[in-house]
Structure formats: C-alpha cells, structure tokens
Design a binder for this molecule. Structure first.
Ligand code: SF4
Ligand code: FES
Length: 321
C-alpha cells in the first residue's frame, strides 16, 4: 500500500498449525486403516487428509483503503505485524491461481478480491446460531425497512464514524486439506488433472520436403476450431471451482470440475487425436457420472469460464459418442 490510510479493515483468519507426524505404530491398529482397505490407509485417503493440529481464529486490524486487495492486507500483516501467518501467492494479478482461499465462505482469489467488495460491517454479517448454522431470512426481513437493513444502515454509519471498512473472514480453500493457515494442499486436484494427460496428443506425422528433409510444420487451425477450446485453455488450475463444488469435497468420489475442464479442452481441440480415449477416461462413476449439475462451480471462476455449462457440454458429448 503506497500511502498511509486513515481507514482500517479487520481480517479474521482461520489459522492452522499441523501437528508433527508421528512414526507409524509397529504393531496392532485397526485392520480398516491398512493400505488396500476400502476404508482408508491409501496415501490420498480421507483419513490422511483430516487436519490434525492446532486451529484457532486470529484477528488483525490494519490500515487499509477500499481499493486494496485482501492479498495487499495479508502482505502488510506478514511484513509488519505477524511474520508467522502463512498464505500462498505468486503473480498477484489473477494469472497463476496459487492464492485461492475462502473469503467470507466463498472460494476466490486473494489477489483479485478488494476490501470494497468483501468487507462487511459486523452487524451486517450473517448470524450463526450456537451450532454454527446460518439461518435464511424471511420475506418480511428482506424488505427495505427490515430489521436487517436497518441494522446494516446503522453499521455503515458507525463504520464511517470510526473509520472501519469492516471485517473479512478468511479460511483455506474448502474441499482440500489445510497445510498451514491459508495454504491448502491442492495436490489431489493436480493429480486428477495429470491422470487425464493434459497435453496435446497429435498424430506426430512429420511432413517431409521434396528432398526428404523433415519439414518445419505447423498444426493449422481456423478461428472456428480455435474458438471451441480457447476459453477452456485459460484455466489456471486454481481450484476455486472445486472448492465451490459440494460433490468434490476432497476428490474421493468425483474427479472434479477442474479435471473435466482440462479433459474438455483437449477433446475440443481439432489437433488432438485422442478424443475418444479422453472421453473413455472420464466416462466413469467418479467422472462425468458424479456431476450433479449443482453449478456452484460457475460462480467465481477467475478466468470467466462457465464451468457448469462446459461440464454439461462434455457430459452430453460423452453420452453421444
Ligand atoms: S475452471 Fe476456473 S475456477 Fe476452475 S480451476 Fe480452472 S480457472 Fe480455476
Ligand atoms: S497471486 Fe497469482 S492468481 Fe493470485
């Protein structure tokens, strides 16, 4: 942040410090925890991913402007308040996909989320009951003069008076095991994408010149062919769609929307010769069959991909082949 600000923002960060791994017990133990058991024991099992360690919520109030991003605020905290706070980022411009987290419960990128868009006044935050559930409002409460709107207007006025821009709640990306603080382990997603061979498999026939030399050649494509997959090729594997998907939740029962977007990207590429094999690979119980068309995956894709619609298209293609 370049210049001093006379407004502040409060970040409520769900922190996590993993417990050091203990050496495996030499004997005994449950047969259900053994490797090869359908109930667990594999390297990617849900049991292994269950977070074990210290969890707590920490509040930081720092100077900030409405145009600052949440990433700017975390960097300020890291440099001036608490160097132990862990989060991941790289490009800072929505290009690398390394900083996906849950902001106010919604999966999105730290570097593109501004304080203006995400800070809420404490009075305006959805209330949770003793068991942590948020209750939906009634129609009466949604009217302009509802108690909620009056409370929000009062909270806004209070904010203007005390210089607070509001509160933002941060947690690691849902659906993935937390590694530390805001860093989630996204290897399950990357492994699912890798399994579907996310690279061009063309026929590999090299043209030769009249003299028998290998010709330098291009895979030609017209604009219509390019348009079929160009948007899909912008996927940065950030995991935002997976974090929003209620079926993905760790990837045991569903390979996830990101892997299907990568499969679809090559199925729709006229240069690729393995479309049938690619569709066979996703025509499985944990592939296209597991998608329930909830379409939560479409809401916050930072690359503007309508993930739910693309999933629908690839499901139709797989069924028609
Ligand atoms: S489809 Fe969008 S939200 Fe999903 S991983 Fe790719 S860029 Fe991220
Ligand atoms: S830091 Fe690269 S996308 Fe946010």
């Amino acid at each position: 942040m370049a210049e001093a600000s006379n407004t502040t923002v409060t970040l409520q960060v769900h922190r996590f410090t993993p417990r050091p791994e203990r050496a495996e017990r030499a004997r005994g133990g449950s047969p259900f925890a053994k490797k090869g058991s359908p109930f667990g024991g594999g390297s990617d099992s849900a049991a292994r991913r269950r977070p074990r360690g210290k969890q707590w919520v920490q509040e930081y109030t720092i100077p900030a402007r409405p145009s600052d991003t949440v990433l700017d605020c975390l960097l300020t905290i890291k440099r001036t308040v608490d160097p132990t706070l862990a989060f991941r980022y790289s490009c800072g411009h929505g290009m690398c996909g390394s900083d996906a987290v849950a902001i106010n419960g919604t999966p999105t990128l730290l570097c593109t989320a501004t304080i203006r868009d995400w800070a809420k006044q404490p009075g305006a935050m959805p209330e949770v009951d003793d068991e942590g559930f948020r209750h939906t409002g009634t129609e009466a409460e949604e009217s302009d003069d509802s108690a909620e709107n009056v409370a929000n207007a009062a909270a806004d006025q209070n904010s203007a008076a005390n210089g607070s821009l509001g509160v933002i709640e941060l947690a690691s990306l849902p659906g993935f095991p937390p590694q530390r603080d805001l860093i989630a382990d996204i290897d399950p997603m990357l492994n699912q994408i890798r399994k579907l061979t996310p690279y061009l498999q063309a026929d590999g026939v090299l043209a030769t010149t009249a003299e028998g030399k290998v010709d330098v050649f291009e895979y030609l494509q017209n604009p219509e062919q390019l348009a079929k997959y160009e948007l899909l090729s912008n996927c940065i594997a950030c995991g935002v769609c997976e974090g929003a998907c209620p079926v993905y939740a760790g990837g045991d029962a569903f390979i996830g929307p990101a892997a299907l977007i990568w499969a679809s990207r090559f199925v729709n590429d006229s240069r690729d010769t393995k479309a049938m094999e690619r569709m066979d690979a996703i025509d499985t119980a944990d592939g296209v069959a597991a998608c329930q068309s909830v379409r939560a995956c479409s809401r916050h894709c930072p690359r503007g991909i309508d993930v739910g619609e693309e999933m629908w298209q690839i499901v139709a293609k797989v069924r028609e082949r």
